[in-house]
Design a protein around this ligand. Sequence first.
Ligand SMILES: Cc1cc2nc3c(=O)[nH]c(=O)nc-3n(C[C@H](O)[C@H](O)[C@H](O)COP(=O)(O)OP(=O)(O)OC[C@H]3O[C@@H](n4cnc5c(N)ncnc54)[C@H](O)[C@@H]3O)c2cc1C
Length: 403
Amino acid sequence: MSHIVIVGGGIGGLAAALSVVRKGHRATVLERGDFAELGLGIQLAPNGISALDGLGLGGRIREIAVHVDELRFFDGVRGQQVASMPLTETYRARFGHSYVVINRGELYRTLLGACREYPRINLVGGVTAVGYQQIATTAAAVLDNGHTVEGDALIGADGVRSAIRRQLVGDGAPRAAGITVYRSIVPMHRVPAELRWNAVSWWAGPGLHFVHYPIVGGAYMNLAPSRETGVTAELSGVPVTDTEVLRQFRPLCETARRLLELGEDWKSWALVDRNPVPDWTDGRVTLLGDAAHPSLHYLAQGACQALEDAITLGDLLDCPTREIPDRLSDYCAQRREHTARIQLAARDSIRLWHPAGAAADARNAALSALSVSELHDHIEWLHRPRTSAAAGEQVVPDVPRTL
Ligand SMILES: Cc1cc2nc3c(=O)[nH]c(=O)nc-3n(C[C@H](O)[C@H](O)[C@H](O)COP(=O)(O)OP(=O)(O)OC[C@H]3O[C@@H](n4cnc5c(N)ncnc54)[C@H](O)[C@@H]3O)c2cc1C
């Protein structure tokens, strides 16, 4: 049995802990906060659900998530639907699972609850890592109080501003995308009945777009508009007034604005990502999730990729302690190409969501010409389960929720 030290107790860190203990190891998770997540929405494509199956949690998530029926894309200025990608029978048969949306707090509590059931997982809150050390056959997290926590391997799952990455890759601060995302959740009973769609809906406008979908079994609607503001400051959950949000999204049509008007307690985040790197492993130390390959959230894949990382890592660490460095290199080699493609595609997707005038018309014409199977072909590389759990797991039939 090896001892794996994990820095960061987010979705990626907890998933990694579960994945390695399921292979017989022991894990210590070092979290600077108190093991909590915000109650905002998160989308999980079949690849994320499949990875959760690999952790034994797919059934629970399928039970509490909203299984959406379609992705709807609108020209947000004209208020016209341009395309709809069905996520029902054909999609589920092709990708093996539903496309679900869930409160990230619920997803997080599911992972945390599962970790707490394993005596071999030690969850340590209120500790901040500042770097790592490797001596002979051990790797240790170095804490800000000067103490070290030693194991046979160290995984930096400490997010986009990772201290472990700072030492391992040394590529400085993340890249500011110049985009602000605003988030709010609204009780569904306040949403006009004709707008309670069981869908993830996108309204695209010049330099901005607005996404919304139901969460918490359809009891709330998650609102997430984002706009190119040129922001470079580090904004994370900063309150913003209703008036300011409405002002930012004035170019949108009346239907989209009616939904935005329902939002309250708005918070704002400045979006950041990083350029892909060819290697994020150093001996017995590696990175996972946003620490390794942070992307803009426009493909809704960051958490799904962190879950896939965790499964791949767990499978490869099914090995004697002496083989760990080679297995960590294999992990990085298996994950870097796909995650790099996501980082770049998420950045590039802004060209699809944010054009104006003739470019928006051309986008609309191209999207509306695609058949359902062509739309599914386009997202095949992203949504198809890639982890070993995909092959062997019995898929529980999905029951779509009615709102
Ligand atoms: C607006 C928005 C919407 C999104 N929507 C989706 C979506 O729909 N689907 C999807 O799959 N993904 C989505 N994502 C991406 C997803 O949220 C992230 O990719 C995912 O949460 C990354 O998880 P992580 O565990 O790698 O990092 P984090 O969630 O950042 O967790 C890192 C943890 O490490 C801790 N930590 C940091 N530094 C230290 C330190 N020095 N010492 C100890 N602990 C430390 C932090 O407190 C935190 O708990 C979205 C992101 C955003 C911003």
